[in-house]
Design a binder for this molecule. Structure first.
Ligand code: DAH
Length: 349
């Protein structure tokens, strides 16, 4: 077959071959099949040197023309395939900004921690400092220094969790109250003392709607020159109004604690019914909510801590963080606090 005819054949076959290339890689293969070294066009190109000088320009011109036209076709197809590839890539990488993303729900402090923080903040606002002490405590600090005799029922194995038996100085137990922090602080600091001590306490207790073997207390202690019972009342009334609302009234009734004399319990007027509703869901109709124990620090406690009861006097109080939270939010079962049920916990964000 002569060169011109071969070139015509290639040119005629080129459009279909080029169109049939579905990818850029296929198009590269089609290109070398049409114009490459071992293609018919390549054969013609190679044969040029041996051609008759009269024929050479004619075949050469035709060769160039065919090559250029095929290259033109290839270029167009290449551009089309590149656009297709780009479009596919865009489709693949598409980010739908309207789609909901994974949501990471914002956590919150546990309601008991929120209560503790809030109560501590109120006293810090009055100039109190924050103290803490060990949860594994010596019998001495938990009981003896707090004027609680060895025969006191709270010291029984049935009430207190012991880690090591012995004399009060080396008897180790899980503290049943935050009151030992009073003594530890006084040993380390000179009066005046204004401290609050939040923390965990432990009791040998069967869990029910109002009891847990592990719960939290917030202790308070003020020792200064000539602290009086009226200071205790004023401080706790202020605290109650801050925590339960400005309309809150307070009531003190006599009670007994070994480490205070006199001792009292403090109630606040029911914020739900203000004493006006029989069967109120918060106070049950009593009109009052008992929230803490308090009293004037017993001189024996001041002495055990190394203070001179003739020089200083003080008041102390202790409240349960779980109880405060339950009273305030009308929660009827203390076990909700340890169930780890998000339906409960997420209400306290
Ligand atoms: N420690 C007492 C308890 O756990 C609470 C208490 C009462 C603390 C009177 C005090 C106080 O500081 O003065 O029941």
């Amino acid at each position: 077959m002569d060169s011109t005819a071969a070139l015509d054949d290639v040119l005629a076959a080129a459009p279909a071959a080029i169109d049939a290339a579905a990818t850029l890689e296929e198009l590269d293969r089609v290109e070398s099949g049409l114009l490459g070294k071992s293609s018919p066009v390549g054969d013609v190109r190679r044969s040029m040197g041996g051609l008759d000088p009269a024929e050479r320009p004619i075949i050469g011109a035709r060769l160039n023309e065919v090559t250029e036209r095929i290259q033109g076709m290839l270029e167009k197809r290449r551009a089309a395939l590149e656009m297709e590839r780009e479009a596919l890539l865009l489709e693949d990488d598409r980010i739908d900004v309207s789609l909901e993303s994974h949501s990471f729900p914002l956590g919150a402090l546990h309601p008991i921690q929120q209560t503790i923080d809030e109560i501590v903040d109120i006293f810090v606002g009055l100039g109190y400092r924050v103290a803490d002490g060990p949860e594994a405590e010596l019998g001495w600090y938990n009981f003896d220094a707090l004027n609680t005799p060895p025969t006191h029922p709270a010291r029984l194995e049935s009430d207190t969790l012991y880690l090591a038996h012995g004399k009060p100085e080396d008897e180790v137990l899980l503290r049943t109250q935050t009151s030992p922090v009073q003594v530890r602080w006084m040993e380390e600091h000179q009066p005046p003392v204004y401290v609050v001590a939040p923390g965990k306490v432990y009791r040998q207790e069967t869990t029910d709607a109002t009891h847990l073997p592990v719960f939290h207390q917030i202790e308070g202690l003020a020792v200064d020159q000539s602290i009086q019972f009226s200071d205790l009342i004023g401080t706790l009334a202020h605290f109650s109004r801050e925590f339960f609302g400005p309309e809150t009234r307070v009531r003190l009734r006599p009670d007994f604690f070994p480490f205070t004399e006199p001792s009292a319990d403090l109630s606040v007027s029911c914020f739900a019914c203000d004493g006006g509703q029989p069967g109120c869901r918060v106070c049950g109709g009593a009109g009052w909510l008992e929230i803490l124990g308090c009293g004037m620090v017993d001189p024996n406690v001041l002495e055990a801590a190394g203070y001179d009861p003739a020089q200083v006097s003080g008041f102390a109080f202790g409240m349960g963080a779980e109880r405060m939270t339950m009273v305030r939010h009308g929660i009827n079962d203390i076990r909700h606090f340890i169930d780890n049920d998000l339906r409960f916990l997420s209400q306290f964000r």
